[in-house]
Design a protein around this ligand. Sequence first.
Ligand code: SF4
Length: 80
Amino acid sequence: MADKFLVAPREHKCIGCNLCTLLNSVYENRKLGIKDSSIVIKGRPGRYKIQIDYGSKIKFPEKIVKICPQNCFEVVQARD
Ligand code: SF4
């Protein structure tokens, strides 16, 4: 089965709520906090940047897609 990757093609819509960061940390690290998340939100209102650490595997990318209120994310399949 091909790997799936989380991407953020609609980064410009991000409102900086950090729900994606928090959910990722809960799923991947079993921690309630954003400090060690594989997703980092930087910037300021109207100009947020979404940084995804591709060095660490995001196990449930579909759940991250669903939780974003601005629909910033998509899941893509890696080609074989
Ligand atoms: S959940 Fe969506 S809107 Fe909220 S910080 Fe993450 S990417 Fe931005």
